[in-house]
Design a protein. Structure first.
Length: 137
């Protein structure tokens, strides 16, 4: 495990793939629950109103939306989330469904030639060594 500084508080911790320490993660989770409960009782609130009434920062509420933990359907958005690839409006996450599908397709197609190239190199190296040993005998 790698030791890194917490992105929120700066404290050193054992990462295990996380960017924030366990204490900050727990605090963030409590804030998420607070926002979720608020939206349950006050549907169609603005991000600003939720932030003012709960004390949870607007940026953190937006982060919850980007992580797809909250969807814009429960909030009256006074800004728009945009796809990071094409710029169209989205309700949550980083990418729209269309761009997500395109990227998945591109990644899966990208793996195929690389695998074939590795196999070709592996076979050619094997043949080279085989031929070398034959020539030395």
């Amino acid at each position: 495990m790698e030791l890194i500084n917490c992105k929120e508080c700066g404290r050193l911790f054992s990462s295990a793939g996380q960017k924030v320490c366990p204490d900050c993660r727990e605090s963030e989770e409590e804030k998420f629950e607070l926002v979720k409960e608020y939206l349950w009782e006050h549907p169609n609130s603005t991000v600003k109103k939720v932030s003012e009434d709960t004390g949870v920062e607007e940026d953190l509420i937006i982060k919850f939306m980007r992580e797809e933990r909250l969807a814009a359907e429960g909030l009256l958005i006074d800004f728009t989330l945009k796809c990071k690839r094409c710029g169209c409006e989205i309700k949550s996450g980083l990418f729209c469904d269309s761009c997500r599908s395109k990227m998945i397709n591109d990644f899966s197609q990208g793996d195929e030639p690389a695998e074939k190239e590795k196999e070709r190199q592996k076979d050619s190296k094997g043949m080279f060594l085989k031929n070398r040993f034959k020539n030395n005998n």
